[in-house]
Design a protein around this ligand. Sequence first.
Ligand SMILES: [Zn+2]
Ligand SMILES: [Zn+2]
Length: 255
Amino acid sequence: MIEVVFLGVGEAFDEKLPNTSILIRYKGSTSPVTLLLDCGFTAPPQFWSEEPDADILDGIWISHFHGDHCLGIPALLVRFWEEGRKKALTLLGQKGIATFIRTSLDLAYPGMYERLGFPLKYLEVEPEKEVTIFGLVFQAAVNSHSQRDLALKINAKEKSIYYSGDGKATPESMVLAKGSQLIIHEAFSLEAEVPGHGTVTGSIKMAKECGASNLALVHIQRKVRSQVIDEMQRFTHMAGSLNLMVPEPGFRIAL
Ligand SMILES: [Zn+2]
Ligand SMILES: [Zn+2]
């Protein structure tokens, strides 16, 4: 069973919604696994509210190095240190993940990296380099975004989840998304093309083409979100048998 909790669903600078950050709980044949997908600067309080246990988190996926997707990590790590975490934490992401984490922690809390008291492990996932860990297979493809972003597919036996990070789908990420039960896609704009971002209508079309059962739209531009809610009937009609969701923080779905 996979439980998906939408801790945050906002874009970078939304005054009402925390940055897009998703918690995954997986109960496979091994011990339960808890993962976080992206951790922007406004995401950590959402995580702490959902999971106060400092030892529960096994891994964090970082889609790309924009602050609304990764600059919550220093706060997360230092609170783990305060609470006496001992368990290793695995950071997964594209090439450069280790340097980025090190640099961001050094900037936020100089000297803390050496004092954390629990191991940080790094695993690079790249389009040509899938990774198996925690009983899950991580696969990635490059999306179209202003900074290099990797879309992620997490495969758990017969179930899989696709998460776009930021960016419009590419032919490569379309191939990756095929067969996912749940697609979580950023939809920064309604239907007008914005360079390097997804749209609501484009994401619906993409999810239908990929044969997904569920589509959750996140990272909607703060001035556009109310329009999306107002026009849900039209979008639901467009989605057909695809279960279309615009989650609020705290929304959860089990697969
Ligand atoms: Zn973003
Ligand atoms: Zn971005």
